[in-house]
Design a protein around this ligand. Structure first.
Ligand code: DI6
Ligand code: FE
Length: 403
């Protein structure tokens, strides 16, 4: 076997969307070789001659993309907010419900009351729905515990999910999601607890990959968010921020000042915020599920983001209040239909740019040698079909870490 490279698997006869370069990085008749869970070669199918795989897979012209990445979720939560949904259908606003003690704090009560096993058990169907659509990496935020014990329980539940399914989970500490009732009237006191006690403790326990905050009128002011980002910086943890979802508190510019991986939502983002994000390389993570579900009418400034060269990522924002969504494929369609993203932009939003938004572009997000072998193999003829259909799942096979 001299002159050939031994490996575990070769996929050939595939239509590859490598996501390398500016567009889809298409290779019409392509192959991928993997060894020990990593991609070792990507090229035209004829390159397969140089490999001696233990297993050879003929893709018969199917589309192969990087495994999809859901880079912003609140997947772990207990309780039921469908009653709030009904109240909104009768005319109540999200902010009214939150101010009346519903919203995030309602989920907090249920989450505090749940055991760790319950948190895992109730999150699994949601995780499985995403996995069934080719998702191989998912970010999960805490933020419904709002005290040390319960935030810890959420972050541990995220680790337990990763042990139960073939998927990578990235845990983000969102202690500054809402002010819990015991700190009512004292948001600064709660922010101090988050920044000075909760974050350092949970980070020392190895439970925190990144830090986030909800910078909003019903959440935290920019200066309160800055305290949290400052504490994250002191621990050398990457940051991101919920910014400009319902109003413009200039959170995106703040995030950019802290070299945030991403600023997320961004419907109310202004030109100065766009420029700040472009300068710091902060990804714009757009969440069309929340836009749709809250019946928002203000569009994020897509043209300005494009013109400034800000990378755009997309995610489900899976949460019980504003985006009870567990379909990354529907996110693609919503991003195209509601926000006017192109097929290329939408698909890059759940692969290469989602990897950027998680600070993991060195390991995932594109099909290239050296990266983890996470693939989604689709029964479609054209990439546009993944964005165009609503409610059809054409996933043929999903590979995580080469298997
Ligand atoms: N923005 C949102 O849309 C969600 N959290 C956030 O910071 C809402 C979360 C919830 O209502 O439970
Ligand atoms: Fe969110």
């Amino acid at each position: 076997m001299s002159g050939v490279t031994e490996c575990d698997t070769v996929w050939m006869g595939a239509r590859l969307a490598t996501m390398i370069g500016a567009g889809l990085g298409a290779i019409d008749d392509g192959m991928i070789a993997a060894r020990a869970g990593r991609i070792i070669h990507v090229g035209p199918s004829e390159d397969a001659r140089a490999f001696a795989p233990a297993k050879l897979v003929q893709c018969e012209g199917r589309l192969v993309t990087p495994g999809l990445i859901d880079c912003h979720t609140h997947l772990i939560h207990a309780g039921d907010r469908s009653g709030e949904f009904e109240a909104r259908l009768r005319g109540a606003s999200y902010e009214e419900i939150a101010r009346a003690g519903g919203g995030i704090v309602a989920t907090m009560r249920a989450t505090r009351a749940a055991s760790q096993d319950e948190l895992v058990r109730t999150a699994l169907p949601r995780l499985d729905a995403l996995i069934a659509e080719g998702v191989t990496t998912i970010e999960i935020k805490s933020g419904y515990g709002l005290n040390l014990e319960s935030e810890r329980q959420m972050l541990r539940a995220a680790q337990m999910l990763a042990a139960q399914r073939p998927v990578q989970i990235i845990s983000t500490f969102l202690g500054a999601h809402a002010v819990p009732p015991e700190y009512a009237g004292d948001p600064d006191g709660y922010v101090a607890l988050v920044a000075d006690t909760m974050l350092p403790t949970l980070a020392a326990e190895g439970l925190v990959d990144a830090v986030d905050a909800f910078c909003e009128g019903i959440g935290f002011s920019a200066s309160q968010a800055a305290r949290v980002l400052e504490a994250a910086r002191a621990l050398r943890l990457p940051v991101k921020l919920h910014a400009e979802q319902l109003s413009n508190l200039h959170g995106a510019a703040l995030a950019a000042k802290y070299d945030a991986l991403s600023a997320d939502h961004l419907e109310y983002l202004d030109n100065a915020g766009v420029a700040a994000m472009a300068a710091s390389g902060t990804v714009a993570t757009l969440l069309p599920g929340a836009f749709y579900f809250t019946r928002e009418t203000k569009l994020p400034p897509i043209a300005a983001l494009r013109n400034a060269g800000v990378p755009i990522a997309l995610a489900t924002d899976c949460n019980p209040g504003t985006s009870p969504l567990t379909s990354i494929l529907l996110v693609l369609n919503m991003a195209a239909t509601c926000f006017g993203l192109t097929v290329e932009e939408a698909l890059r939003g759940v692969t290469v740019n989602a990897a950027r938004a998680l600070g993991r572009l060195d390991v995932i997000g594109t099909l290239e040698a050296g990266k983890r072998c996470d693939l989604a193999i689709w029964d479609v003829g054209r990439p546009a079909e993944l964005v165009y259909r609503m409610g059809l799942n054409p996933l043929h096979a999903r590979i995580w870490s080469g298997r």
